[in-house]
Design a protein around this ligand. Sequence first.
Ligand code: CAA
Length: 387
Amino acid sequence: MDFRLTEEQEMIRDMVREFAEKEIKPKAAYYDETEEFPLETLTKLAELGLMGMNIPHEYGGSNVGTIAHSLAITEIAKGCAATAVTTSVTNMVAEVIYEFGTEEVKSKHLPKICSGEYPAGSFALTEPQAGSDAANLRATAVRDGDYYVINGQKTLITSGEHAGVTVVWAVTDKEAKKGKGISAFVVEQGTPGFIVGKNEEKMGQRASTTNDLFFEQCRIPKENLLGEEGDGFKISMMELDGGRIGIASLALGLGYAAIDYAAEYAKEREQFGQAIANFQAIQWMVADSYTELDAAQLLVLRAAFLKDNRLPFTKEASMAKLFTSETARKVTIRAIQILGGYGYTKEYPVERYHRDVIVTTLYEGTSEIQRHVIARSILGRKLGVYR
Ligand code: CAA
């Protein structure tokens, strides 16, 4: 077992760390305050090769693998979580198109995602009644000659209003058993009948957009089907396994950003005639936080390693997301505690890290869903049969 990163992985991590420190972090409070979409930053990240990190060069990707992707997302998140989630989801969308798209669809969209010509990609699975119960979809796609006609509503879709391309899940066979009659489609921005709805105002990650999407007689070429008809739900689950590594990496970045800030603060802040870093109460919070975050990162990198080596990683990705997001949430609270009353003010960034981290236990599967995925992979798939 070798815990060292390759030279290339170290190089990517260091490059993104430097970029995030100089170009992302200074703007994060502004983006949080204004909710302005960080378009300029995202374009630069695409130029650095960070939008198609698991996409082959022939389609414009950098093809550096999931470990490098994880390291990059962690570093971006230390700067700005809204930028990091947009990057993570865009990479996931590129991957689903690469794995299941026809040659024509891949050649048309992947270079535009990877180059930043598309500001983002979006993953439109969730519907108002289908959140954790993702197979409970109502949107439909009906075949009409060389087209499919999509009708329905999606909700809470990251980057919906900015995505050049959106992957949309819809029911193609209403008679099929739950989860079996769902298909996935590529829909281009601007397709008639594809309507972008409201952007939610959120407590954190405010510069990333979270839209409703409406489909009203939206006609798309039949070639935009990803994989086979009826494979859509499995495709969504497979892609979410990878996406969860991205979200875990993001949570990790927020946890480190918070405790890095608090540890430095503790060395400067004096109370009772000395730096508060001298007090064991503070030291233990710092020690526990780094220990837990390092343990979380090992889970994340294990899942990334398994994915890169095409080994099963569903359970491991869920473990990584569960543990990392919950740990990072705890760590951001400790960071606020170390800063005391100042930690609760907008003058310091730790309150933003905390607001930003909360959604990591919710999106791409709540912590409860991660526990469900982990438990059934240990106890057997059909939970509920034990007495
Ligand atoms: N890989 C491959 N196939 C999988 C799979 C996986 N990880 N998980 C399930 N499947 C397959 C199953 O094998 C099954 O197929 P067979 O019957 O042929 O074996 C089929 O998919 C249906 O699976 P389940 O019976 O397990 O389905 P379920 O209805 O019990 O749901 C669930 C499982 C894990 C609860 C799932 O609904 C889930 O993950 N829910 C959470 C949804 C989620 O994460 N949403 C995030 C939205 S996207 C987002 O947030 C992105 C963003 O913008 C930030």
